[in-house]
Design a binder for this molecule. Sequence first.
Ligand code: FDA
Length: 518
Amino acid sequence: YLPPPSAAASSPGPGDGDGDGDGDGFLRCLSAAMPSRLVFPRGSPSFAAALASSIRNPKFMAPGTARPLAVAAPAEASHVQAAVGCGRRHGVRLRVRSGGHDLEGLSYRSTRAEGGEAFAVVDLASLRGIRVDGQASTAWVDSGATVGELYYAVGRASGRLAFPAGLCPTIGVGGHLSGGGFGTLLRKYGVAADHVLDAVLVDARGRLLDRDAMGSDVFWAIRGGGGASFGIVLSWQVRLVPVPPTVTAFKLPVSVGEGAVDVVTRWQTVAPALPDDLFIRVLVQGQVAEFQSLYLGTCGALLPVMRRRFPELGVNRSHCREMTWLESVPYIYLGSGAAVEDILNRTTSLAAASKATSDYVREPIARAAWAEIFSSWLARPGAGLMILDPYGAAIGAAPEDATPFPHRAGVLYNIQYMNFWAAAGGDAAAGIRWIRDLHAFMEPHVSKGPREAYFNYRDLDLGENVVVGNVSSYEAGKVWGEKYFKGNFRRLAMAKAQIDPDDYFRNEQSIPPLIDAE
Ligand code: FDA
């Protein structure tokens, strides 16, 4: 599905009642509205494969996980409208999936199903068209495309254009843009959601709405306010950004023996204050800190900056890899042997299960704390890793309420904590405990009031919605919502009340409607 240049509001889809959870009725309704080969009811031969098709965390394929009534794989907008209409008429909620990378699996599983809440999955993987307009430096991209597919299309259309979003090529555009989205260009250009110009949304009444039709509050909300709250975004128009024909990447591991504690301590204040065309992140794992960098320019221009601003890292010409921006995508995320075409590969391994959470750092963490992180936390058997992404420059320059993504001025860096274990026979409890214990240890060292977290690194430990009178409670939602969105949470709840006052689109961490706002 690619939208017409201007998709105006169309008529409501069928049905708007809440029904009583009539699964058979839902399936009959859906089968009447879309080809049966695109609907996979639970128990049908292809159901398991359809459900697993884009699951990224095998933890949520375990036998105890509640299964949806069906997986629907729409091939056009009207199928999505019909799914919403059938869902409302028959009391079945929808989980929408684009790339399936949700860290808590909320695009295809529900912890509510045990309470009798029927749900179905709408999988947008077939809706993945991309249309690049190099002249205008814009693109329309469907939610089911991956960011790798988007990067490829943009990079092939012009060696001087890019799109600023996440590092992992298999992330889905739909979930990623809904929650912010940042990667190697974040210091130059901010988050992906900052570059959305228009979008096409199917709302809870089954209407197809573009930017004008959805109104400015809802258009603000869908650009970073989190997926699955305001409707189903089918497609996005994005602004592309200029990059030079040659960029320089480097990866430089520094072990504890080589001074990693000092270099990471120093990095905290250096990296967020560097020129905006220089991004240096750190992967901290075991007894090594690997510095990964993208510079928008040549090695010759980079080296004097590194010598002046960050001599402790010891970068020299032998570390530089000059390439195009498109080539930097596989180089940084997949490794030096990867080809540009590898970013089109949508399959990922299901061998390892994972748990993640996040923090924001506004004051540099003391050297002694870093020494303890390396010697105690990262040295343990079964320890995970920390990814430190530097902020500052463009991402910090936007006002906190420019989009719902609020982690702006004053943030030094984001921390993602991640742990993995073997999906078959690994010690899940120990892997999860390491994350939770480290997160507790970090509390005095990170942002406070609220302790900020990144929505796209979703963690249900931060809190879950409480449903009161068939609507998610705003007060209960504040517990997790203000961590992800700070003061923007209230405005998001007001936008939710405009577009979905009945709270049809809801999950464990969806925005609750604030109906009677002052
Ligand atoms: P998925 O399909 O699971 O959806 C995520 C959420 O959005 C769900 O609640 C879903 O219902 C909702 N949703 C999905 N499509 C929607 C649509 N069309 N309309 C409305 N709601 C929709 N982030 C980052 O900023 N930078 C990075 O570098 C990375 N790297 C990374 C690597 C790996 C391996 C993982 C697993 C995750 C990341 N992320 C990341 C986090 C990533 O941005 C986040 O998980 C996104 O929500 C993934 O979007 P998907 O469409 O793949 O997820």
